[in-house]
Design a protein around this ligand. Structure first.
Ligand code: CTP
Ligand code: MG
Length: 232
């Protein structure tokens, strides 16, 4: 079983409010995109890595990722939405592989263990595997205008999901084609399989440290986790 890694890194990082895209921000001197990609490179199953970059930062992302010194890594031009960026990465694939893993450049604390867990769970009976965490807060359904509570939702089967999301290549390509034709934009990758393809999408236990850096608070949290770790 082999996979190509697709790394959407073409966002502008508006909610973080830095001048540069999140992928290029550094923690202890190492850019987030480098941290996000590095753990995958020790897997021989990884045939290729495509990093989708914003047009104005193509060059900088090339310089930064060349620091990984791995011939499997290439930078390509991303798109207007995350889904477009992933679609463009899919179209740019050159290696032979059975599946892709899609992983946000904005999740720099992904572990080798989580990647290995996803690979192990990716058996013949599934089309996709992704990490998720059960919600711990109570969930309220709230009315639109008044903000009045309509009811409390049962939360025992509700998960918040992360990347890397591992998806079989051919159904993923087909789902991307169909979504594009229909103008459907989903907020994660496996949603396209759910919408257009048959097959099981399985959630495995995620990792609380593998959160997405969205706000300045998230960046601070990642900085303190790495500062407290013995190995950075
Ligand atoms: N992404 C992308 N192409 C886009 C938009 C987003 O490749 N057109 C990537 C981001 O670079 C990020 C990941 O998708 O690694 C998750 O998106 P998000 O956290 O929303 O990042 P940004 O879009 O950069 O942030 P914001 O929404 O705050 O502007
Ligand atoms: Mg965004």
């Amino acid at each position: 079983l082999s996979f190509a890694l697709l790394v959407p890194a073409a966002g502008s990082g508006e909610r973080l409010g830095a001048k540069r895209p999140k992928a290029l921000l550094e923690i202890a001197g190492i850019p987030l995109v480098v941290r996000a990609v590095r753990p995958f490179l020790s897997f021989p199953e990884c045939t290729e890595v495509l990093v989708a970059a914003p047009r104005e930062y193509l060059n900088e992302l090339e310089i930064v990722t060349s620091g990984l010194s791995d011939k499997r890594v290439r930078v390509i031009l991303g798109g207007t939405t995350r889904q477009d960026s992933v679609g463009l990465a899919l179209a740019a694939l050159e290696s032979e592989c059975n599946a892709v893993m899609v992983h946000d450049a904005a999740r720099p604390l992904v572990s080798r263990d989580l990647i290995a867990g996803i690979l192990a769970e990716f058996k013949d009976d599934v089309t996709a595997v992704l990490p998720g965490l059960p919600v711990t807060d109570t969930l309220k359904l709230v009315r639109e205008q008044s903000n009045d509570v309509e009811r409390t939702l049962p939360r025992d089967r509700i998960y918040t999901v992360q990347t890397p999301q591992m998806i079989r290549l051919e159904p993923f390509r087909a789902a991307h084609r169909k979504a594009k034709a229909a103008g459907f934009i989903a907020s994660d990758d496996v949603a396209l399989i759910e919408a257009y393809e048959k097959g099981t999408v399985r959630v495995l236990q995620g990792d609380e440290q593998n959160f997405k850096i969205t706000t300045p608070t998230d960046l601070e949290r990642a900085r303190s986790i790495l500062a407290a770790a013995t190995i950075v």
